[in-house]
Design a protein around this ligand. Structure first.
Ligand SMILES: [Zn+2]
Length: 506
């Protein structure tokens, strides 16, 4: 209004308004018409960099990406993003990758991820986002770009979305491959509104149009099933649940709500026992006046237990009442599952969602014991996986045999011998995990380490009278150079869970 008032101080209101509208339209069109001087053109649509990358992102212009370079294109110097710089910002996954360049009108060019040093993406007045490849065939120079998709090979299981059940993996999907060939669009209701004008009702319903992936295309999805999130969320897979393709993974939506923004995968037929039950079971036993010994055998998957049982590696454990299968929290790593088991809460609630967090936001069973004036102890190695509210008993490798599990056993037996009884004793054995990483889940060396823990547990049980919980924090799966865990894989996620009273033993 100010501009119009200056130019046309005496004009009528209606004329002035019209002129203002025209002026605004002309100003808005100036950059598109190429009359905007040296300022870069405006992007009507953002460019997405997505797929098998750690950081998917979208760009709305030449200012919000990596530092552009100057290239000569159609006889002029223009500023452009080096494709390699965009990929470096996105952090590509896998051992090698290819690139799919996709336009708004559905045109796609697929190029190798090697030798991209003469490949650029620019925003031009004529063509919007535009691929400019000086070395590649000219057909790769696509205009009006919508996406740059990274499709990787050699992804680790941690980088993929899995559909599993306790017996195996049914499907492993990557965001890059799904962008290439695996989604359809679906309208997701956002809201509706009605207004009345001159006695008539006018309705509008709004939606988000989202790319969705149908898991049924990849595996037979049966019920019951749970969706597991990357922050350790566990939610029942609902009939109305859908999986939305986000920049670098899948989000789980149900009832129009985003329930899990980043899903790690789906577990079909999950065991009803969860690792968080350690807290609830121990607390219930303590409340009933029992003393409780909680033994964590680090890195013992359910399949390793079955193998050891069959091959006679665990003479003591095989005499115990049969364990249940339990599911650990995601990611299947030690700090996350020490916290989940001892707080009774899943990672997104207790705060220990990765190796970078070592203190839970919620109290552990030790804090509860302090409140109840119960005596508790935690016997661990030289470093604590998660901080407790009590002073842990650290066990050092005094005899330098490469293990602290022998010293942990001695320290625990010393506690048992004290004049005053402990109500809760937690012991964290580590040898099975340590050796499993070096040799693999079922290797004779790993079985020998498990046999060693079996013998230590026998020594502890011989001196303990009360309830006992024995569990693991995760399993172990074979890799090229030994073993590993941390993914939503059946070997990593399912563990044996014993709960019994020493008076049940022969
Ligand atoms: Zn480990």
């Amino acid at each position: 209004m100010f501009l119009a008032s200056v130019l046309f101080p005496g004009g009528k209101t209606r004329t002035r308004s019209l002129i203002v509208i025209l002026l605004v339209m002309v100003l808005a069109l100036l950059p598109l018409a190429g009359c905007g001087g040296d300022s870069p053109p405006l992007a009507l649509n953002p460019l997405e960099v997505v797929g098998d990358v750690d950081n998917s992102f979208s760009l709305s212009g030449m200012e919000d990406g990596p530092v552009p370079v100057s290239i000569e294109h159609r006889g002029k110097q223009i500023s452009a993003y080096a494709l390699d710089d965009l990929l470096e910002k996105a952090v590509t996954r896998g051992t090698s990758f290819s690139i799919m360049i996709q336009s708004h009108d559905g045109f796609v060019a697929h190029i190798d991820g090697e030798n991209l040093d003469k490949s650029y993406i620019a925003l031009t007045v004529e063509n919007g986002w535009e691929a400019i490849n000086f070395n590649h065939p000219v057909s790769s120079n696509i205009k009006n770009l919508k996406r740059v998709v990274v499709i990787a090979d050699g992804l680790t299981p941690e980088e993929m979305f899995h559909v599993i059940n306790p017996d195996g993996t049914l499907a492993s999907l990557s965001a890059g491959a799904l962008f290439r060939d695996g989604y359809s669009y679906r309208l997701i209701p956002r809201g509706s509104a009605t207004q009345t004008r001159d006695g008539l009702d006018y309705h509008v319903t709004t939606y988000y149009r989202r790319p969705v992936v149908w898991l049924e295309d990849y595996a037979t999805i049966t019920s019951p099933a749970v969706v597991v999130g990357k922050l350790g969320e566990v939610e029942t897979l609902r009939q109305d649940g859908i999986f939305v393709l986000t920049g670098n993974g899948l989000g789980y939506m149900a009832g129009g709500e985003m329930i899990i923004p980043q899903a790690a995968g789906v577990v079909l037929n999950p065991p009803s026992k969860m690792i968080t039950d350690v807290y609830d079971d121990a607390k219930a036993l303590l409340e009933s006046g029992e003393k409780v010994l909680v033994i964590l055998v680090d890195g013992l998957g359910y399949h390793q237990y079955e193998y050891a049982l069959e091959h006679g590696h665990i003479p003591l454990l095989s005499t115990l009442p049969q364990p249940e299968m339990a599911m650990v929290a995601f990611p299947s790593i030690t700090p996350v599952n020490v916290a989940a088991s001892l707080t009774g809460e899943l990672p997104h609630i207790n705060g220990v969602v990765s190796r970078n967090v070592r203190r839970a936001d919620v109290p552990t069973i030790f804090a509860w014991c302090l409140d109840q004036e119960l005596r508790s102890a935690a016997v661990i190695g030289p470093i604590s996986a998660v901080e407790f509210e009590i002073d842990a008993i650290f066990s050092l490798d005094l005899n330098q045999d490469g293990s602290t599990d022998d010293e942990k056993t001695e320290n625990t037996l010393k506690l048992f011998a004290e004049a005053e009884d402990y109500d809760l004793v937690f012991v964290h054995y580590k040898d099975v995990d340590r050796v499993g990483h070096s040799y693999g889940d079922l290797h004779p060396e790993t079985m020998e380490a498990l046999a060693g823990n079996d013998a230590y547990i026998a020594q502890l049980l011989a001196q303990w009278e009360g309830a006992v919980i024995i569990y693991s924090d995760h399993g172990m799966r074979p890799t090229d150079d030994g073993g590993n865990h941390g993914a939503l894989q059946p070997e990593d996620m399912f563990i044996p869970y014993w709960i019994f009273h020493t008076n049940q033993l022969p």
